[in-house]
Unconditional design. Structure first.
Length: 269
């Protein structure tokens, strides 16, 4: 069962905030008036006695509001469940995503309210999967609106220019990422962005040629022969963008069952 966490946060913020406000404006003064009208002195304990529901609302409202603001407009954590972005991101990586890189959006509605920045070639971006927006995907932006993308014989061309690949060697991995051991690792130059990719020389060729429409972005996984991306399901609409991934704060390898300490603090390039 999928829970719409942003919607839950908004609802919880509204409910706890309304309860707190109604009590402060209406019910608390009435309780005090009743105590005073009963005659005699009113003890501090009696003055502070409030319903349990209101106590919980007062306690949780600031916390929920802070989480909502932080998660909606600043930084949101995600977990990497697959190897489609290896070697840049490994299975079990816990990452942070900058939510204002591509403009501020209202939670739940995803309506952009402030223009701040635009996606650039080479960005590692989180977005809502176009075929099922309830699922978050992460890939590398290869083409921006107007770009002509060509992928032939495992080589990438952007606007007719080859993205140079330098061989690094055979990739060695363990744990949940071990399935990609033996693949060839290359250092790809995508304009000013330099990043590593994985290619299986004998893997299936998915040649592709495409011109990116306005308001759309062409994305690829760094694990080129093990990634469902724009070669299969098309481009990402601008409105589906969530943010730019920038930091690995932890890795929990589900196969080895432990923390991969060397991954902690990795900057995503």
């Amino acid at each position: 069962m999928n829970i719409n966490f942003p919607a839950f946060l908004v609802l919880a913020t509204v409910v706890t905030g309304v309860i707190w406000a109604l009590d402060a404006l209406i019910f608390a003064p009435r309780r005090k008036a009743v105590l005073v009208s009963g005659g005699g002195a009113v003890s501090p304990a009696e003055q502070e006695k409030i319903p349990v529901v209101v106590e919980y609302a007062k306690s949780f409202f600031p916390i929920i509001l802070a989480v909502l603001v932080l998660r909606s407009f600043l930084v949101e954590p995600f977990r990497i469940p697959s190897g489609s972005m290896m070697p840049t991101l490994l299975v079990g990586d816990f990452i942070l995503v900058n939510k204002f890189s591509y403009g501020l959006r209202l939670p739940v509605l995803n309506t952009k309210i402030v223009e701040i920045g635009e996606p650039k070639r080479g960005d590692v971006a989180v977005f809502r999967y176009p075929e099922d927006p309830s699922i978050d995907y992460i890939k590398r932006i290869i083409g921006v609106p107007g770009d002509h993308i060509r992928y032939v014989d495992k080589k990438l061309y952007v606007n007719g220019e080859l993205a140079r690949q330098e061989p690094v060697g055979k990739y060695v991995a363990s744990g949940a990422s071990a399935s990609m051991s033996g693949a060839m690792e290359y250092r790809e130059h995508l304009g000013a962005v330099v990043h590593d990719i994985l290619i299986r020389p004998n893997g299936f060729n998915r040649d592709f040629e495409y011109t990116v429409p306005d308001g759309q972005y062409f994305v690829l996984g760094d694990n080129r022969d093990n990634s469902r991306d724009s070669r299969y399901w098309g481009t990402v609409p601008e409105g589906n963008l969530v943010g730019k991934a920038f930091f690995v704060w932890m890795n929990w390898d589900p196969v080895n069952g432990g923390i991969t300490w060397s991954r902690i603090g990795s900057v995503i390039r």
